[in-house]
Ligand binder design. Sequence first.
Ligand code: FEO
Length: 406
Amino acid sequence: MESKIKIANNSYWVGYVDDRKVLFHRLILEKGTTYNSYLLDTEKPTIIDTVDIEFGRIFVENLSNMMDLSKLEYVIINHVEPDHAGGLPALMAKAKNAKIVTTALGAEELKKMFKLHNREYVIIHDGMTLDIGGKTLQFFETPFLHTEETMVTYCIEDQILYPCDQFSTHIANYELFNDLAKEDITEDFKVYYQLIMHPHRPYVQDMIKKIRKLDIKMIAPSHGYVLRENVEKYINAYDDMSRAKEGKKVAILFSTMTGNTTKVAKLMAEALENKNIVTRIINVDNADVDAVVEVIKESDGVFFGSSTRYADMVGNLETILKQLKDLDLSGKFAVAFGSYGWSGEAIEVINDYLKDTNLTVIDRSYIVKTTGMDDIQVPIRVKFKPEEESQTLGRTVQAIGDILVG
Ligand code: FEO
């Protein structure tokens, strides 16, 4: 592949094709991938994203053959993961006058990752524009797509969206544009979405609302094909795939000592119903065990909660939990919760019971592995009474709800 390919007037692909089997997020990318970087060679030359850290040196060598890097004005970092920001230290070493354009969080992370504390940063906010002399760039924050600091860049004159990971494919293609692809890339495009973006689908919907207001004739992502044919089809695919499925059912089953666990159950039900999840709350101390088991069988997800007394559960919940081992509950999700005064052992005991079934247990490990969010605490533990406006509880239940609606 040439080291520079024109995508629009004064705009070029200057990335790297990695045609090996690439290790990536615990996967092996059988078709390889590309790290697409772009040079907008305007009066204020600008680079959008770099390449993987492994290819930073060759990337900078190629750029040096194209231009005087001391004249580079801006380097835009849409996403700080090392497969895109990895070439930044090598680039900034040569581009002595360049400013880094990114989100506030992106800047903090780049400083820590690459010790770039002494460089000048332009911190973007949603909708901000930047004149690069002959072209105007507009920036939009797209948090959690797929990490918290992420943003996208839009060139107003060229009508090109540069969304980094979003709208990517993992294919080591040498023909760059999707209309030149030798085979249909739709499946690769969807697989990429499912693996990387789908765990964050509510944020995909937020992003879609922002970019629907733009006239986009080309999407130039940072992996795989540049989309210049059927652009609308790819935007619609993200829109469709990220819409919540209707009609999911959840049961919240609990035993309580003072009523605080009931309050937790009610707050959780409210948050789940806001996501159009049909929710039933059952105090199992007042219910028939067989009827509760039937409710579990009919549900897509079940929350099991108890207060803690003498380091254990209270009431009838344990009777229910003991039945689960003998049931086929595959495909259903389960979450442990409860309120407590001192140590909250009952919640951990419930979680142990759940792990001994074929339910899919949503706990912290599951959340980190499926969404990358490391600040969600599950099982849900509420000390004493839950706050009506508890943001921690709300955010936790929202994350679980997103998993449930699939
Ligand atoms: Fe392609 Fe999130 O890195």
